[in-house]
Write a protein that binds this ligand. Structure first.
Ligand SMILES: [Zn+2]
Length: 446
């Protein structure tokens, strides 16, 4: 059983959450040395990558040794190992498969889904951190009902709620479930929700109206409603404000751990006793020329190393995620670093010399009523193109109006981004079939 703090405690683990940074670093070094020895011994991908770079765990005694000598692991390296060797775990699994408790996968937004092998109880070292500290900080306490709106991550998530003394209410991440969510929320009055994205918020408006339920009432008991994955558009944000939803952003940290906003809503904390995070210059070729970016708030590419995972730890995993990091203490009293996500390195498109990221196109698309779900894709065969091509989702529009709608979308994008796009309109339902539930790849080759 997980040891729980007294209900009135602000922190789940006051000692660790507010630990001085020098002490965090000491703890990290100890865990890092233990993890690399373990991974080198048990993970074929890590061992082969290190052997190719002519380094062993015996060559690493300090953070400087680690940064100087240890090669990165890329997403492609994991996929290549998986496909080339027929190993579904990409050469990362460190335990016999009969010790596993479950297999989850990532949602696969930017490629085929990656397997996440789980071993509940004994799969990690260290103290409970991710989700425990975050939801406790939002005010969730034992005995509370907890709405779980889940797709590819399931088991460990409701196991966590139970360890926290909460009672999970289970939903599938599906538009069809929203009415049931609204009804059960009125009945059980949950305090926490994980996880409800922009598409779901937008769809709730119509569904609640048809069902005759006031979202303000249904959501009134929540202390924390977590959303993740894609930026919330202005329209979803406005609805959430209108309904009084206490939103908290959440993001993956290089597939190694996750981060959550605290009550300050100024960046997402990740727990540094579970992960070593580096920010590097995104243009780096490999670890030998990677410049560390240590200044708070500067754009960098995130590199993550698992410190407590003993099932399939990633070491110096190069995430392709462009982020900002801050290591200064937060007003909430926690000393662990914060992260702001910006986009994926692979999502940038240069249109006639101008850099465009999906986030730049977003508000223009969703400003038009038929395109209010903000579903669109940037189509580009290579990074540099002459014309910005967009595939944009719409609803409730007769076909005779589509030509005019395409012109309106083009005009809105021009006003926002400064280039005139070529717009292809596709019904929302068709576009949603291109991705995992209610989330689509924002950049595509075709
Ligand atoms: Zn904070």
């Amino acid at each position: 059983m997980t040891q729980l703090p007294p209900n009135e405690s602000v922190y789940f683990d006051a000692e660790y959450e507010t630990m001085p940074r020098e002490q965090i670093a000491e703890l990290q070094l100890e865990l890092l040395l233990e993890t690399i020895a373990y991974a080198y011994e048990h993970s074929p991908l890590i061992r082969e990558t290190w052997q190719a770079a002519k380094v062993t765990p015996r060559d690493v005694a300090t953070f400087d040794d680690f940064y100087e000598k240890v090669p990165f692991i890329s997403k492609d390296a994991v996929r290549d190992f998986r496909d080339g060797r027929g190993d579904p775990y990409g050469g990362l699994l460190c335990v016999p498969t009969d010790e596993l408790t479950a297999i989850m996968s990532t949602s696969g937004t930017t490629g085929d889904p990656t397997l996440v092998a789980e071993k509940w109880g004994g799969g990690s070292v260290g103290r409970p951190a991710i989700m425990y500290r975050d939801f406790w900080g939002m005010g969730v306490r034992p005995g509370d009902f907890f709405s779980l709106f889940l797709f590819t991550f399931r088991g460990p998530t409701y196991g966590f709620v139970q360890s926290l003394g909460g009672i999970p209410l289970l939903f599938d991440y599906d538009l069809m479930e929203i009415e049931r969510l609204l009804r059960l929320s009125c009945e059980y009055r949950p305090t926490a929700m994980y996880n409800f994205g922009g598409t779901m918020i937008l769809a709730t408006a119509d569904i609640a109206e048809r069902a005759g339920i006031d979202p303000r009432d249904a959501f009134s008991s929540y202390k924390g409603m977590v959303w993740a994955g894609e930026p919330l558009g202005a329209r979803a944000r406005a609805l959430a404000d209108e309904w009084g939803m206490p939103l908290f952003e959440h993001s993956s940290v290089g597939d190694v751990t996750a981060s959550f906003e605290c009550s300050m809503h100024n960046g997402m904390h990740f727990w540094e006793d579970t992960v070593l995070v580096e920010g590097i210059d995104p243009e780096a070729v490999d670890h030998r020329d990677a410049q560390a970016i240590t200044r708070d708030g500067e754009r960098c590419e995130l590199v993550a190393t698992a410190l407590t995972n003993r099932v399939a730890p990633l070491i110096r995993y190069r995430s392709d995620d462009i982020v900002r990091l801050a290591r200064t203490p937060c007003a909430c009293g926690r000393t662990h670093a914060r992260i702001w996500t910006i986009g994926r390195k692979g999502d940038e498109v240069i249109v006639a010399g101008r850099s465009v990221l999906p986030i730049d196109v977003w508000s223009a698309v969703e400003s038009l009523e038929p395109c209010r779900l903000g579903l669109f894709q940037v189509i580009r065969a290579q990074r540099e193109v002459d014309v910005l091509r967009l595939r944009v989702g719409y609803q409730d529009t007769p076909s005779a109006r589509l030509g005019a709608l395409a012109d309106e979308v083009a005009g809105a994008v021009l006003a926002k981004v400064g280039v005139t796009p070529e717009v292809q309109l596709v019904p929302n339902a068709e576009l949603l079939r291109l991705g995992p539930p209610h989330k689509i790849p924002r950049v595509t080759k075709r």
